[in-house]
Design a protein around this ligand. Structure first.
Ligand code: WT7
Length: 656
């Protein structure tokens, strides 16, 4: 092999993108970083004045007096929906298409900024009529739809704090979130359409409320999507009946910058999901700024983020960022594989999408699909409208990166590999397409003003070329404010004492010696990333042991998976003799369905192994590192001398 093959392949930004980019060239990038370095608060204050319309301008920038409960722009007031909608109409973009909605069956609806504003005002008035006030929590359990976006915007308009729950979560998970948030209302749909199938939503809301603990809910508002049969109770209201009679204008509720815009539940390393609380002012600033700079968004772009509004990516890069920039964006109801795996490519061609933002797991599964059925390969479509590609949610392996670059981007589109989290609100480490030379598999450099670093367990900087713990050294405007109802857990999870006031992201990372580029190596806690979905191992373990009739004990670990990034492997001890053969298969299936019912189908273990026991130390601690090796099918080379019951390893290595 020649030495050239060992050098990392670098993709400099194409001249056509550098030319006229919002951040054009590395000098421009470095200048912004230097500005933030020299006057951190001044830098963010300048951007907050440029990118956000304030009702009452702020005079204070950062308040760190109660760290880590940081406050940004605290004496300013604003309304997020005003910034996303009214602003565009007032600036002459009322007739511009805001949303190109494509339904599961391919039907297309276009909604202008003026229409989106009117829909939002009607819904906001409807919510007010039902008594929803500033600070109330509203759970949104909806399909991908214009109405879903409008529901979020309507909450923002009246100062209600929304908490969107992904439509794939079970009744039990929905119930837990409604109860934890103390929601006064749930907005849902009769059913959702995905891949040609009708899936219930309202019935799951009914079931969730029926499980108890949801007494705070006064109303359930139902968007009629399919017209399918649903049960009806006195707390239910049809969305169309509620909004049709409402005026099409609605005075926004001007809220303080720190007012909670939304809660979004995400998995942590304990069994209970945490309600990540975001602000209004700081969050909107970063959503607006990153959408513009990371995607080099221009007025004529057609932006498409394929995420669901149930995840933070859908919040920041569907509901808020693109609209705050007055962009035209695609909202897609369906799935990438229906009617076939060419759906994304067909939609890019039809709508002339210029910016496309998706997850590595989708790319990997579409590569596989194109291999199995070559007619779905992107080469059969005209993707010439694309300028910029994005990746989010998990590390993108270089092979998938190269395929994406060549076959989707035609070799001419930069790929922005954006590292961030539910807690960070928006992009933290990412290339800027008109500036940063790309290295496949690396999310490159921090967004200007984000003080990302790699440290050891004591908070000491680690030199480039070595791995360590990813931290953010200074607070930033769109950071998590607290965990809803559990400030202690917020402090413990993100600001552990050893780290000297740095934000702990929970990921491991390294920086290369040559460029200082970051590469994310994966979670350092008991959190898995399955198809870009965050899953706590303890959450799945709790779900398994809640099957009290069958399960005595369970341990869950991750295993690398070619398509889904990581796969869930569960080791289970039953309350009956260890099953084998057909019986084992059947019980494994029952447990898989049980987990789907408890959490949602995304949490189903791929592999379930049964043992008479789990590998434990003499003090009774489960040895997870051994389970991880067994799950991968590796020979055990670790020290097993502290293991109480070594024979168990062989048993657990057997697949069903
Ligand atoms: C975790 C956050 C980011 C919004 C969607 C997921 C992993 C995310 C990348 C990336 C490597 C990534 C991290 C992070 N992750 N983006 N570009 N490269 N890893 O948000 O559910 O809060 O998950 O996703 O492990 O901690 P989330």
């Amino acid at each position: 092999m020649s030495s050239a093959e060992h050098t990392t392949k670098v993709y400099p930004p194409p001249a056509s993108i550098v030319q006229g980019a919002h951040v054009s060239g590395m000098e421009a990038y470095r200048k912004l970083c230097a500005e933030a370095e020299a006057d951190y608060e001044g830098y963010w204050a300048r951007l907050a004045r440029e990118f956000v319309v304030w009702k009452k301008p702020f005079t204070k920038v950062l308040n760190a007096s109660d760290a880590p409960f940081y406050k940004w722009f605290e004496d300013g007031t604003l309304n997020v929906s005003y910034n996303c909608l009214d602003r565009n109409v007032e600036e002459g973009r009322g007739d511009k298409v805001a949303i190109i909605f494509e339904a599961d069956d391919g039907q297309v609806t276009r909604v202008t900024y003026r229409e989106l504003l009117e829909k939002t005002c009607r819904m906001a008035n409807g919510l007010r009529e039902l008594g929803v006030k500033k600070g109330d929590r509203v759970v949104i359990y909806m399909p991908m739809s214009v109405e879903g976006v409008v529901a979020m915007q309507a909450c923002a308009r009246i100062g209600a704090t929304h908490s969107v729950v992904f439509g794939g979560f079970s009744a039990q998970s929905l119930r837990d979130r409604i109860e934890d948030a103390g929601a006064v209302m749930v907005i849902t749909a009769d059913e959702q359409m995905r891949g040609g199938k009708q899936l219930p939503l309202k019935a799951i809301v009914d079931e969730a409320i029926g499980l108890g603990g949801c007494d705070s809910v006064r109303h359930v508002v139902v968007y009629r999507r399919t017209g399918g049969q649903i049960a009806w109770t006195s707390r239910d209201r049809w969305l169309h009946e509620l909004v049709d009679k409402q005026p099409s204008t609605c005075e926004p509720e001007w809220v303080e910058a720190e007012h909670p815009l939304f809660l979004l539940y995400t998995s942590g390393s304990t069994g209970k999901p945490k309600g990540v609380q975001h602000s209004s002012g700081g969050y909107l600033l970063h959503a607006t700024l990153t959408t513009k700079w990371t995607f080099d968004l221009k007025p004529d772009d057609v932006f498409w983020c394929t995420a669901d509004i149930g995840w933070v990516t859908g919040h920041t890069y569907i509901t808020y960022g693109p609209l705050a920039n007055g962009a035209t964006e695609i909202v897609f109801e369906g799935v990438p594989t229906y009617p076939d795996a060419g759906r994304f490519w067909k939609m890019i061609q039809q709508h002339k999408a210029t910016i496309f933002y998706t997850a590595p797991t989708a790319i990997r599964s579409l590569i596989k699909a194109a291999e199995a059925n070559p007619s779905t390969h992107p080469r059969h479509y005209d993707l010439g409208s694309l300028r910029i590609l994005g990746s989010v949610g998990e590390p993108i392996n270089p092979a998938a990166w190269e395929w994406y670059h060549e076959h989707v981007g035609g070799g001419r589109c930069p790929i922005v590999d954006t590292w961030w989290q539910t807690e960070t609100g928006g992009h933290m480490i990412t290339p800027l397409p008109g500036a940063t030379p790309l290295v496949p598999g690396s999310c490159t450099l921090p967004f200007p003003g984000i003080m990302a670093a790699i440290v050891d367990e004591t908070g000491q900087d680690v030199p480039n070329g070595h791995g360590g713990i990813l931290v953010i050294k200074k607070p930033w405007p769109s950071m998590i404010r607290t965990i809803w109802g559990d400030p202690e857990r917020f402090k413990k999870s993100y600001y552990p004492a050893e780290l000297k006031g740095y934000y702990l992201a929970g990921d491991g990372a390294s920086r290369d010696a040559e460029r200082g580029y970051f590469t994310i190596t994966g979670r350092i806690d008991d959190v898995l990333n399955v198809s870009g979905h965050r899953m706590g191992t303890m959450e799945i373990e709790s779900a398994l042991v809640s099957h009290t009739e069958l399960v005595a004990e369970a341990a869950v670990v991750g295993r690398p998976d070619e398509t889904t990034g990581e796969a869930i492997v569960a080791f289970v001890v039953l309350k009956r003799p260890r099953p084998t053969g057909e019986e084992a298969k059947q019980i494994a299936n029952e447990l898989r369905n049980w987990v789907a019912k408890e959490i949602g189908p995304i949490a189903k273990p791929k592999d379930i192994r049964f043992g008479d026991n789990l590998p434990k130390t003499r003090s009774g601690k489960i040895m997870r590192r051994l389970l991880r090796s067994i799950a991968k099918g590796e020979a055990i080379t670790q020290d097993t001398s502290t293991l109480e019951n070594p024979a168990i390893l062989e048993q657990l290595a057997q697949t069903n």
